[in-house]
Structure formats: C-alpha cells, structure tokens
Design a protein around this ligand. Structure first.
Ligand code: SF4
Ligand code: SF4
Ligand code: FES
Length: 492
C-alpha cells in the first residue's frame, strides 16, 4: 500500500501560539486528492481539522489551500505518496487550521465598488459576451492567485492583487458597465504588479490573469491617457524615436559587429535592447556560444525592441509594430532558428507574437529558442567541485515559457564546466526586476529576499538568464553590501 505522510498546519485561535504542524499517515492504494486526504485524516484520526469545501468540482473556489508551498484547489490537486505539507493560504490571517479570513479581500471589493455599475444606462439588446469577458467571468474568487502573487504578498496595503484586478477587468470589458475601472486599478496598485505571470500559471479556471486583467487594465489606462510611471512613458517614447526601449551610450552591439559578422547563416541572433546597449559582453558571448556549437550566427541590422516591455506596460500598438518589424527582418534573413538570451524577449516571441501578428499576414518562418536550449544540447562536462559556490536563479519569464528544466540544466552544465560548484537554492520566485521601472521600492524588497537566500546558503554568485534580473539583483546585492555577485549565464 502507498504511504502518504501529510503534515498539516493546526491552529486554534483561542490558544495563543498554538500554530504547529501535526503529522498524519494514510495507507491506501487509492489516488488521493488533497480534499480526500483531509477527509481521510479527519476520519481515521477522529480529529476536527477546519477546512472549507463545497462543490467538490473546482467551481465554488472555497477549498483553496497551500500544498508544499503552492496555492491550489484541494478538490482538484492530487497529493503524491510520500511527504507533503498542507497550510492555509499565504497572505491571509488564519481563522483556524486551514481556514483563512477572507474579509480583507471582500472589503477591497466593496470599497472599490467592484460590481456592475449600469446606473442610467440603457441595456443593449442582444448583448453577448466576447471571448475575454467570458473568460474573466469564470473567476471564482478562490484567492489562489492572490496567495501566489509576490507583489501582493510583499505589499498587500499598496497592491490589491490579481483577483481584484480580474474583477476590475471583468467590468472594464462589460459594455453595460459605467465604472472608471482603469482609474480604480491604478489606485489599487496596478503598476506594482511585477509582470511575473505567476497568476496566469496558477489560476485553476484557466484565466490568463496577467494578460486578460493586468495588461488589459494597463492598456485601458494608456488609452484613457491616465498618467503612467514616468520611466515607462520614457521607454515608450524612446522606442518611437529609436526602436529600442532603453537609451544607448555609444554604438549598438550590432553596429560594432556589422563589419565582421557573416551576412548569411543558419541561426539568427536576437539581441533585444539590453544586449545591444547595457550588456554588450553577454551579447558577444551569445554569438561565441553559437559559433562554438558549430553554427553560423547572423545578427541582422534593423531589429528593434522585442515589444514585451511595451506590451506588458499597456502600449500594445507599439508592441505590434515591434513584432512586425522583427519578424519581417528575420524572415528575410532566411534562418531556421532564432536564439535569444533574454528571458523577456523569449517570452514575448513565444507567447505574445502570435496574437500581436494577427491580421498582419506575417508569421515567423523560424523557431525561437532560449540560449539554454543550445547549451543543454551539448555533451555533459566532467563533474568538478571547485570551492566557489554558484546557484541558478530561475527568471519568471523562463518559467512562463515552460523552459525551466532546460535552463536549470544549462546553468548546471555551465557552472560545472567552469570548475565551480553548482548549488540548488530554494530562491523566492520573483526578484522584482520588471517592477523596477514602476515601483523601485518593491523591486528592492524582492531583490533583498533573493540576496538573503543566497547569503544563507553561502553562495558566491547568482547566475540567471534575464538581464532585468541581473540588474535588479546586482542592485540588491550592492544595497545589502553583500559579496554575492550576479551574472548572466553567458558570463559564467
Ligand atoms: S503577474 Fe505576478 S505580480 Fe503581477 S499580479 Fe500576477 S502574480 Fe502578481
Ligand atoms: S483569477 Fe483565477 S486564481 Fe484568481 S481568484 Fe479568480 S479563479 Fe481564483
Ligand atoms: S470545493 Fe468548490 S472549488 Fe473546491
């Protein structure tokens, strides 16, 4: 029989300091959902664990808990045999055991008047739901996204969280609604979202919370000419003027390479803004990695920002222009593969371009890969164990591409090959790098947590594969007066 060892957080509010984990063991051949395990423990141990459930089919949203640190629905998620840990939702006061107090969330919904406001409006006849509005109405208010959101967990008083944004976006999309939803979203901290996309990954109802709620509200704010963070407005202006979203000092890397580089090859290199300007050494290293792997990389001129930072801050039209320009140039280059070393660029290409290119008649005639895929394809190096300890920090935008395993393997490969010791560290999920342009204090707080985790594990250097993470973590390390260095995977 399979053994399930479940450690459950128990807390009796009438007894001060009673919070503790209690271990229970179940022996069964059946496959158990979390709720099955809770029911079985309650019965077999004759104990009164407090938890909520109602529909038992993922529709009411009442049964959300944390399983091994991940928020999910107890009636849907499986418990695996072996050890597991069940806790109440992160970021809420515990009423008892696995029950949390939902009142703060409901107060925000009430105070921000997030309900249909059709006062004085003649209802349109034949009203039908569009695709996005329909998707948003599927939200059950389960709070799984809230408990998973790094921004909401860090600054709940300033950022109301993704579930609140989902409700605001739902009414913003409703043609009957008269509320000023983007304005309310700004008041509720819309720009403090770090664009990590965790909410979209965890939503049990399959809502793309980041795209359909956060980005839609940001786009609404831009369309309504509401003031945005200055750095982001400057970024968009710079894109209109130069094609890049970040300032350049001196020649772009592509200009430096123009003379020496081949005009034709099998792999296209997409440098994006960062490797063209602030991280040129990593850009050069990317080209070298491809050459060393036996490819003939081409770096075409005229490529612009990937458009990701523009789209995710609400500037969809500019993002569409960027996508069309880049696809046209790389199609003309005749390459079969395009490689990027920026997590954000890769995500924009793979997740956002199909939608941005709709109606343009353009589609990429090549596959886009992160550089980790190219490193991973190569032979395993001999294991070595130098005294320097390096750990890989997984960027959110690599995770959102579904490329986490490739990236971790590539990091282990590069670190081991360089004669240093690869160490697994359970880092916080988001470093806050993408929030730096709108909420630098939040970005600093999240980076400080990553640096603290590195210090606790006696790490000499953090390796990552996103230039935004590199910059934000390096700032975090300097602020903490830490000796932990931060480098891109290409710099190992
Ligand atoms: S994208 Fe990340 S920070 Fe933004 S709302 Fe979703 S989970 Fe929170
Ligand atoms: S958006 Fe999804 S995860 Fe968030 S509260 Fe709604 S249903 Fe739950
Ligand atoms: S019991 Fe209704 S969603 Fe789980």
């Amino acid at each position: 029989m399979k053994q399930y060892h479940v450690s459950i957080y128990r807390h009796d509010p009438s007894v001060e300091g009673s919070g503790r984990y209690v271990d229970y063991t179940l022996s069964t051949d059946a496959r158990l959902k979390v709720l099955d395990a809770l029911d079985a423990v309650s019965k077999e141990y004759d104990t009164d664990i407090a938890y909520r459930a109602s529909c038992l089919m993922g529709r009411c949203g009442s049964c959300a808990v944390m399983l091994n640190g991940r928020a999910l629905l107890a009636c849907q998620a499986q418990v695996e045999p072996g050890n597991s840990r069940l806790e109440p939702l992160r970021g809420y006061l515990v009423v008892r055991d696995l029950l949390v107090d939902r009142t703060p969330h409901e107060r925000v919904i009430d105070a921000a008047r997030i309900h249909l406001d059709d006062s004085g409006f003649a209802r349109p006849t034949g009203f039908t739901y569009g695709k996005d509005l329909y998707a948003l109405t599927l939200c059950t208010d389960c709070l799984v996204c809230q408990a998973s959101c790094p921004a909401r967990n860090e600054i709940p008083a300033q950022f109301a969280g993704p579930a609140v944004m989902t409700q605001l976006a739902r009414y913003a999309r409703d043609p009957r609604d008269q509320g000023a939803r983007p304005t309310t979203a700004l008041v509720e901290g819309l720009h403090s979202c770090t664009s990590c996309m965790t909410c979209s990954e965890v939503c049990p109802r399959g809502i793309d919370v980041f795209g359909q709620a956060i980005v839609a509200l940001r786009k609404g704010a831009v369309g309504s000419r509401l003031p945005g963070p200055k750095v982001q407005d400057d970024m968009t202006e710079m894109f209109r003027e130069t094609g890049l979203a970040f300032p350049k000092s001196g020649p772009l890397l592509v200009e430096e390479m123009a003379e020496a580089g081949p005009k034709q090859g099998d792999v296209g290199v997409f440098l994006g803004c960062m490797f063209q300007t602030r991280h040129k050494d990593d850009g050069r290293a990317l080209v070298k990695v491809l050459r060393d792997a036996g490819h003939t990389p081409v770096v075409p001129e005229g490529l612009v920002c990937c458009g990701g930072p523009l789209l995710w801050t609400g500037h969809e039209e500019e993002a569409r222009q960027a996508a069309a320009t880049n696809v046209k140039i790389l199609n003309d280059a005749g390459v079969g593969t395009v490689v990027t070393a920026c997590a954000g660029c890769g995500l924009a290409w793979r997740k956002e371009y199909p939608r941005l290119l709709e109606g343009t008649g353009l589609s990429p005639q090549f596959t886009v890969l992160d550089v980790s895929k190219m490193l991973d394809a190569r032979e395993s190096p001999q294991a070595s164990a130098g005294s320097e300890r390096l750990a890989y920090f997984l960027p959110c935008h690599i995770r959102s591409q579904g490329a986490a395993d490739d990236a971790r393997r590539a990091a282990e490969w590069s670190i081991t090959r360089s004669g240093r010791t690869y160490v697994e560290v359970d880092f916080p999920e988001c470093c806050g790098g993408m929030a730096a342009s709108a909420d630098p204090q939040l970005a600093a707080r999240l980076a400080a947590k990553v640096i603290a985790a590195a210090e606790e594990n006696s790490i000499d250097a953090i390796v990552t594969s996103c230039p935004f993470c590199v910059e934000n973590l390096a700032r975090g390390s300097r602020r903490a007066r830490s000796k932990v260095r931060v480098t891109h995977l290409l710099g190992v």
